[in-house]
Design a protein. Sequence first.
Length: 191
Amino acid sequence: MQEAPGRHDPTVLPLDIPAPRDDGGARHLTGMKLPDIALAATDGDAVNLAKLKGRTVLYIYPRTGVPGVDLPPGWNEIPGARGCTPQSCGFRDHFADLKALGVAHVYGLSTQDSDYQREAVERLHLPFAILSDAALKLGHAMKLPTFMTSSMTLFKRMALVIDDGVIIKVFYPVFPPDKNAEEVVAWLRSS
């Protein structure tokens, strides 16, 4: 499905997007203690994931789109690129489930700056903040898998379950992106 110029709808997930493959880019993350790095959040706070107590769910995505603003060239053909808004909406829709399962903190993370992310948080009515790693400090320290397109370095999609600053579960690759939150909830229920 090709969208007409200026008609991009980030809430729609085309049926023919390519699935990402497991390239091994996240195998080193399970058991990792998060680095002591504070990130800007869309609510104005600085969040240091390494210092959060309790269970945290962090979903990581390339970039959210804006309605009516065209995607980067070839975006739909990049395995795992499309679906950031549906992924975020999934975590919004399962937020109460996550809290009921003992999750103390839920965050999204991308390389976009907080001003850009804030628009998505408001438009999508997200009940949690999105963290910005625009300088890729956390990404480099953790060796998070990335890809480049249109002069942007972006994270590959994944989700992490973190207990007291230590990663205990990695969901990677994530596909389809709109089912990621359901997958995390199912894992939490069974563990």
